[in-house]
Design a protein. Structure first.
Length: 115
């Protein structure tokens, strides 16, 4: 296969390493999956926090923060503990949590809809 002038392939050898192994453009520009995963997690976390503040009411925010150990909360707590702190039943906490998570999921699926 003939190359055109100034055409470069990702598989072109740039140089050889100290052991004589070829170094290609593809070797240089390949991305470490852990970096991509970390960036994706950070983006999703940011979007979730934005959603908590944007689409949830105060009670739902408090439940999600307590249940998942967000903000200043040191660790996640049970629905029973949330119910005790808020003076409501555990089953009501469960219903509110489920509703809040559905709202957050809808927000995360289509965040531009809420702008």
């Amino acid at each position: 296969q003939k190359k055109l002038n100034n055409e470069t392939s990702l598989h072109d050898v740039i140089e050889l390493d100290k052991d004589g192994n070829p170094l290609t453009y593809l070797d240089i520009i390949s991305v470490d999956d852990t970096i991509v995963d970390t960036l994706d997690l950070k983006e999703k976390s940011y979007l979730a926090l934005k959603g908590i503040n944007h689409v949830l009411n105060e009670r739902e925010q408090k439940i999600i923060v307590l249940r998942y150990g967000l903000g200043n909360s040191t660790s996640p707590v049970t629905q029973r503990e949330v119910a005790k702190r808020m003076g409501i039943s555990r089953s009501y906490v469960s219903r509110l949590e489920k509703s809040a998570l559905e709202k957050l999921q809808n927000y995360m699926d289509k965040p531009k809809k809420y702008i």
